[in-house]
Design a protein around this ligand. Structure first.
Ligand SMILES: Cc1cc2nc3c(=O)[nH]c(=O)nc-3n(C[C@H](O)[C@H](O)[C@H](O)COP(=O)(O)OP(=O)(O)OC[C@H]3O[C@@H](n4cnc5c(N)ncnc54)[C@H](O)[C@@H]3O)c2cc1C
Length: 381
């Protein structure tokens, strides 16, 4: 059996490796060139995502390139420490959630997939596909095509495959927030390495962690109408943070600011598969970054799909089993993440309510068990 995988972000290469484990050949077709690094400068791979990568023996290099980040401390914009929550659980071998440059993660998992024999073709943007005589053929913008037994769509939140699979599929939903992020040398913010500091500021949200070498890894979420692009994002961000007690405005003033990226998630997508085609990762259930779970969900999906294909009579049964196992979990994470994003985009009244409720919520979340539903998930082959 041969699977065509569309997209070589995070889900694509990991799915290819998982399918190889159960004897299914996979080839990846990626729209961009080899050097595309994806959006967002760094990301959190939660303990559950690392557990899934470990099933494939693909976690070691990711851990080596990342920084352990097992804790989060929450602050108000006035500088009050609101509480602390665990960022993931400790796995049986001591592994905790890690933060890694997105470019490093892409490079590592692509190289590992290729080392195991997966062929990756770049510059192949899927424009359409059709099924005929028990096969599926993907057609690309450059006029070429590829044929296989299955097509696994790992083409992200704005998936082209999704809109072909079901033209009625819901469009991505704007969260109300633009995201910014970077790594600043001598950022001037204090903090314990390995701890994410999350600041619910007066007008915007700021998160950062410091590295042993003194860098500040930071991101900002700015509430803003979609498409309302100011003359200078930097000036806008400095204004948003200038009244907060923490010196995020000074850090931003000294940093290089990339273009703001509007954050989207997906409302429940009614159709995940049809015929020989299945949506996976962000293409099926994109979550806003607030839970730090999108990449981990994609990795879990890959492992579960491989098991379902191995243990089912045919692909139809496998896709049904996959959806039954993954949909409730993925949609619960998307909803949880959306609640956090909404609190970051709160207006003046919502903000007062949020600042009153947050310490209560954090006291409840202080026990590891309250978020165990999200972190304690062992994807098995
Ligand atoms: C700013 C930001 C911060 C984030 N932070 C975190 C975090 O801390 N932790 C976390 O777990 N998640 C985070 N996420 C979410 C995470 O990035 C996604 O959940 C994850 O990348 C999903 O992987 P994917 O492979 O499904 O999609 P993607 O990584 O988006 O990959 C999709 C791939 O498909 C390709 N593609 C698209 N269309 C086509 C086409 N027509 N033909 C061929 N190829 C195509 C794209 O070029 C891309 O390479 C963040 C997201 C953003 C935007």
């Amino acid at each position: 059996m041969k699977a065509l995988i569309i997209g070589c972000g995070i889900a694509g290469p990991v799915t290819a490796m998982a399918l190889l484990e159960v004897g299914i050949d996979a080839e990846i077709h990626e729209a961009y060139g080899q050097d595309a690094e994806g959006v967002g400068s760094f990301l959190n791979i939660a303990s559950n995502g690392l557990a899934a990568l470990r099933v494939l023996g693909a976690h070691r290099k990711v851990l080596d390139a990342g920084i352990p980040t097992p804790r989060m401390v929450m602050w108000s914009g006035t500088g009050k420490r609101l509480g602390e929550v665990a960022n993931g659980l400790r796995l049986d071998d001591g592994t905790v959630s890690h933060t890694i440059l997105r470019s490093d993660l892409y490079r590592i998992i692509r190289a590992e997939a290729e080392r195991r024999g997966v062929k990756i073709s770049y510059g192949k943007r899927l424009v359409s596909y059709d099924e005929r005589a028990g096969q599926v053929t993907a057609r690309f913008e450059d006029g070429t095509e590829a044929t296989g037994d299955l097509l696994i769509a790992c083409d992200g939140v704005h998936s082209r495959t999704r809109s072909i699979l079901d033209p009625q599929a819901p469009a991505p939903r704007y969260s109300g927030l633009y995201n910014f992020g970077g790594i600043t040398k001598d950022g001037g913010l204090s903090g314990e390495p390995g701890v994410y500091n999350m600041v619910f500021g007066k007008r915007a949200f700021f998160g950062y962690s410091t590295s042993e070498s003194g860098e500040t890894w930071w991101f900002a979420n700015l509430p803003r109408r979609l498409g309302d692009v100011p003359a200078s994002w930097k000036a806008e961000l400095v204004r948003a943070f200038e009244d907060d007690a923490i010196s995020s405005a000074e850090l931003i003033a000294r940093s290089e600011i990339q273009l703001g990226l509007p954050i989207h998630d997906l409302p429940p997508v009614p159709v995940w598969h049809r015929g020989r085609v299945l949506l996976l990762g962000d293409a099926a259930h994109a979550t806003s970054p607030s839970s730090g779970q999108g990449a981990s969900l994609a990795v879990e999906d890959a492992v579960v799909l491989a098991r379902c294909l191995r243990d089912s009579r045919d692909h139809t049964e496998a896709f049904q089993r996959f959806e039954a196992e993954r949909r409730p979990r993925a949609e619960r994470v998307v909803a949880y993440s959306r609640t956090i994003s909404n609190s970051k985009a709160a207006g003046p009244v919502g903000r007062v309510f949020r600042d009153l409720m947050l310490p209560i919520f954090l006291r409840k979340s202080a026990s590891q068990e309250s978020l165990a539903w999200m972190y304690r998930y062992e994807a098995s082959l």
